[in-house]
Design a protein around this ligand. Structure first.
Ligand SMILES: Cc1cc2nc3c(=O)[nH]c(=O)nc-3n(C[C@H](O)[C@H](O)[C@H](O)COP(=O)(O)OP(=O)(O)OC[C@H]3O[C@@H](n4cnc5c(N)ncnc54)[C@H](O)[C@@H]3O)c2cc1C
Length: 205
């Protein structure tokens, strides 16, 4: 059918005629999760493969988004937390100009900014989780949490790579991976821009 009232969810078996899988796509990050194109050509689906109610697929997808975006917000500040901890360890060990890199005031201030942002992202995300637990539907707050946490993730992972110096650019450093993996979070589950459109709508702007 047409528009969002014409979407239904279907269960497709891998060996169903008309369904095929394309090549595995090479990604910037998230290598632990394979991504490929899926093709549906004249794929006939038996009626018993309908998930939920016919034409109610859009509502099902939308109701899943709240939990998905909350998870992505958690993933974002936890990616930042891992990068922060790695940067803290490294700068305590690494010596430059006769002292640990963590001994420079500029390093301490960077670490303080990282810790501050992570803490605020975490606390706001907890607030969203509490609202959901109380049976509310905090669409606006969860979109805000996702965008804020993702921004924190991008800032913190970038600073962590910087604090590692040349080692931060090496594949063997965890911060190099976190920096690349974090990028998907501003795209998946709804992009930053779509989150802002959603927030604007909720604020009646
Ligand atoms: C590794 C990976 C895994 C994924 N996993 C899943 C998954 O499991 N399930 C799933 O359903 N999807 C998944 N996706 C898809 C993902 O949700 C989409 O890529 C994402 O929502 C953006 O859609 P798009 O790629 O079509 O971008 P487009 O819609 O083409 O957007 C391109 C650019 O235009 C901007 N834009 C688009 N519309 C507007 C607008 N109205 N106003 C302002 N700016 C706009 C976007 O923000 C973006 O910057 C995955 C993507 C990747 C890369």
């Amino acid at each position: 059918g047409e528009g969002h009232g014409g979407i239904s969810l279907l269960l497709i078996d891998r060996d169903m005629p008309g369904f095929s899988r394309g090549r595995k796509l090479k990604k910037m990050g998230w290598w632990a999760s394979d991504t490929a194109e899926l093709f549906f050509e004249d794929c006939r689906v038996p009626v018993d493969r309908l998930i939920g109610v016919e034409n109610a697929g859009f509502i099902a997808i939308m109701s899943n988004f709240l939990a998905e975006r909350l998870s992505l917000s958690i993933m974002a500040y936890m990616t930042a937390q891992l990068a922060y901890e790695a940067a803290l360890d490294y700068t305590r060990q690494r010596q430059a100009f006769g002292r640990p890199v963590s001994g420079f005031q500029v390093t301490r201030h960077k670490l303080v900014d990282m810790a501050t942002r992570i803490d605020i992202a975490r606390e706001y995300t907890y607030r969203c989780a509490a609202l959901m637990q109380a049976g509310r539907n905090p669409i606006q707050q969860v979109a805000m949490a996702k965008n804020f946490s993702v921004e924190v993730c991008e800032q913190v992972t970038r600073e962590a790579v910087q604090l590692f110096g040349g080692m931060g650019y090496m594949r063997e450093s965890v911060v190099e991976r976190l920096y690349r993996d974090g990028k998907i979070l501003s795209i998946g589950g709804g992009t930053d821009e779509i989150m802002k459109e959603l927030i604007a709508k909720q604020l009646r702007l």
